[in-house]
Every structure is written in structure tokens, then in C-alpha cells.
Ligand binder design. Structure first.
Ligand code: ASP
Length: 385
């Protein structure tokens, strides 16, 4: 009999059940008085903007469903689907900016806290809602991640509609312009490439070829219901005009998303490579487990990224990281925070109709309704052009 079997059998006899429960239970976040957290949904800024032609945003829809008893992950997915399907959101799902070959390749993942289950897809082509394929990976397979043509075949076989092309007029025009302006060799010196791309994005925005001037985007959405059950979803088209096959942090558990029931749900937008290197979402959940407040846990991960950013091309002349990365953090008590390497928004253009575009924001919906909240920045200023 091994140790696990011993614990299982003795627990069944009521002998060591308490000891095992202590071992399995994450430290510290369940409310001590036994009360339930108030339900809340948080998301990246786009989660309280895009409506796919309807009346409500991602966080509103997810909150409404979650408070009406829909499963916590299903509620979040319904919200995220709005953003994936909205053709004017150029960084998520249908109409996401394509890779360097003009093909939209999508990444997504989801995690269900109470079920301890997760699924992800990467470099998936032809399905508008990659988050639902991630959910199918979670529900229908023994695996956590399917990629590329295999992910598409799985989606087809499980009933998803496969489309030949997920570009919209907006994303196709932007890609054509990118192709025209950049060296067709995708393996440019990274210094040259990022400088050229910054200029190109300004140019695309100035010519009205992008609905907003933001250089990157993704949706992350995390929620907790009245039973204290946590879940999270991240979905993205990844870096615009990326090298075909490049996978970011969004579908990688622990990088662009991590959820542990009773402890926390954390996701990210921004430079995915920083999260792949530092497994930041997992790191933040571990900090939450030790009792840190969401804001402090997020800032600690940002400090880790900052310390690990050594390459000259990724740093400003003052030595600080020359990119932004944002975390959306919800703990098992329903407390939340948004934190970013830079709390000020480098693009300063925001979404159409947005009045204050100076700051990086995140979306919240709770009993007080939907709203945008400022993220706390680790460093002053913004990345520099
Ligand atoms: N994190 C995403 C990626 O690296 C991009 C983004 O959020 O803008 O694929």
C-alpha cells in the first residue's frame, strides 16, 4: 500500500481524514466566519467595452449568468464569447489580427476551480470562439492542450464550425498594409522589427485601419460565484503579425491563466513572453495562497519580470522593461486588483468614446454594476516608442 492509498483508506475509516484535509487544503483564503464571498467578475479592459452588437459587455453578461446559478466557468465563457465574436475587437477571436502569413491563429485556455480541470488550444485556425474549444478539451479529453491542425481536427470532430478564414475587412486591410510596409523576411533583427512595428501601428491607427491604436490585446475574465467557486478564461489572437506557429502565454496554464479554487483566479494581457518565462499567473496564485493581497501578489510578479528582463532590446535606456504586462487578480474572498508594469497607457488612444485614455484599466462587475477601474502600476510612465 503506498502513502496515497494509505491516506485514502484511513480517511475512509475516519482515522486520518482531518490530517489529509489539512494537507490538501490551500492555506488561508476561505472566509473564516464561514460566510460566502460576494460574487464578482473582473476582466481586461475590453471586457467592459465590446458588446458584439448587443446591449451588454462581457463582465455584465458573465455576472448576470453567474448570479443566476449558471456554472461559474460557463458564465465567464458566455461573456468572453461576446468579445471573441465582436468583429471590431482586433485582438481576440473572429477578426483578430492575423499572423505574418495573413492567417488568424488563436490561443485560449480555461480553468474550472472546483472541478480542478483545465483545457487549452494554441495556434487554432478557423473557429471564432477558441475559448469554447479549450472548454471542450477540458471536458472531452484527458489532455490540457491541443495545438494547430490537431486542435482544429478536434474542434471539427466535436461539432465546431470551421471557417476557411477568420479575417474581417479590418484585419485583412491592416495585414496587407503591414505586409507592404515591412520587410517580408519575418526574421528581422528584433530591434529593427519592434521599432518598425511601433511606427507601423501608429501609421495604421492614423489611417483609420485599426479601430484603436492599441498594439496588443487579449481578453482575460475571472469570476467567483456566491458559493465561492472560482474560474477563469483567457482568449486571444496573440501578437499581431506574429511568426506563424508562435504561441503566447494565453493558452499556457500558469502563464496567461491560473486558477486554484479557494485561492485565486489570475490572468494576463500584454507581453506573453514575459509570462511564459516567469510563469507569472501561477506565481501570483502562489502568493495569494500565502495570504498576500491581490495587488501585492501582482506587484511581486511584476518585480520578478522586471528582474528577469536582461536583454538590452527589451529595456528602456534607464534599464527598465520597455513593454507592458497587466494582471487581473481575484482571490477566494472576492477581493481583486489589476496591476501593470506601467499604470499609464502607452497608446493613450483607448477605445472609441472612452474619455480618459491615460491609464491602463480593468473591468469589474459586481452588485454595483459594471465599471472600469485603474490598474496599479509598478513603474511610473509608459514603455517608450
Ligand atoms: N499576451 C498575449 C500574447 O502574448 C498578447 C496580448 O495580451 O496582447 O499572445
Amino acid at each position: 500500500m503506498n502513502r496515497r492509498e494509505f491516506l485514502r483508506d484511513t480517511a475512509a475509516l475516519g482515522l486520518f481524514g482531518a490530517a489529509e484535509a489539512v494537507e490538501a487544503q490551500p492555506r488561508g483564503l476561505a472566509l473564516l466566519d464561514g460566510s460566502r464571498p460576494k460574487p464578482v467578475v473582473i476582466a481586461s479592459h475590453n471586457g467592459n467595452y465590446f458588446k458584439d452588437g448587443g446591449k451588454v459587455t462581457c463582465v455584465e453578461l458573465a455576472f448576470a449568468k453567474l448570479t443566476r446559478g449558471v456554472d461559474v466557468l460557463d458564465a465567464l465563457l458566455a461573456g468572453v464569447n461576446l468579445v471573441e465574436l465582436d468583429p471590431t475587437e482586433c485582438y481576440v477571436g473572429y477578426g483578430g489580427l492575423p499572423n505574418a502569413d495573413g492567417i488568424v491563429q488563436l490561443d485560449a485556455s480555461c480553468m474550472h476551480g472546483p472541478k480542478r480541470r483545465a483545457g487549452g488550444v494554441a495556434a487554432l485556425e478557423g473557429v471564432r470562439t477558441p475559448s469554447l474549444v479549450a472548454k471542450a478539451v477540458m471536458d472531452l479529453t484527458d489532455h490540457h492542450l491541443l495545438v494547430g491542425p490537431g486542435a482544429q481536427a478536434f474542434a471539427r470532430n466535436t461539432g465546431f464550425k470551421i471557417e476557411a478564414d477568420l479575417n474581417t475587412d479590418i484585419s485583412r486591410k491592416a495585414w496587407l498594409e503591414w505586409k507592404r510596409k515591412t520587410d517580408p523576411n519575418h526574421y528581422l533583427d528584433p530591434n529593427q522589427r519592434s521599432a518598425r512595428e511601433r511606427k507601423l501601428f501608429q501609421h495604421l491607427a492614423a489611417r483609420g485601419l485599426l479601430p484603436c491604436a492599441k498594439r496588443c490585446g487579449t481578453i482575460n475574465c475571472d469570476g467567483i460565484n456566491a458559493k465561492g467557486e472560482l474560474a477563469g478564461v483567457t482568449s486571444t489572437s496573440g501578437l499581431p503579425f506574429k511568426i506563424p506557429g508562435r504561441v503566447g502565454d494565453s493558452p499556457i496554464l500558469g502563464a496567461g491563466l491560473y486558477v486554484e479554487d479557494a485561492v485565486g483566479a489570475v490572468g494576463s494581457t500584454g507581453r506573453g513572453e514575459a509570462n511564459l518565462f516567469n510563469l507569472s499567473s501561477f506565481l501570483i496564485v502562489e502568493h495569494l495562497r500565502r495570504g498576500m493581497h491581490p495587488k501585492d501578489a501582482g506587484l511581486a510578479a511584476l518585480r520578478r519580470i522586471r528582474a528577469n528582463t536582461r536583454e538590452h532590446r527589451l529595456r528602456k535606456p534607464n534599464g527598465e522593461p520597455n513593454f507592458n504586462v497587466t494582471f487581473y487578480i481575484l482571490n477566494g474572498r472576492g477581493e481583486h486588483a489589476g496591476v501593470a508594469m506601467y499604470g499609464e497607457d502607452e497608446d493613450q488612444r483607448g477605445y472609441a468614446g472612452q474619455t480618459d485614455t491615460r491609464f491602463v484599466l480593468y473591468s469589474v462587475c459586481d452588485e454595483n454594476g459594471p465599471r472600469n477601474v485603474r490598474c496599479d502600476g509598478l513603474l511610473p510612465g509608459t514603455p517608450q516608442p
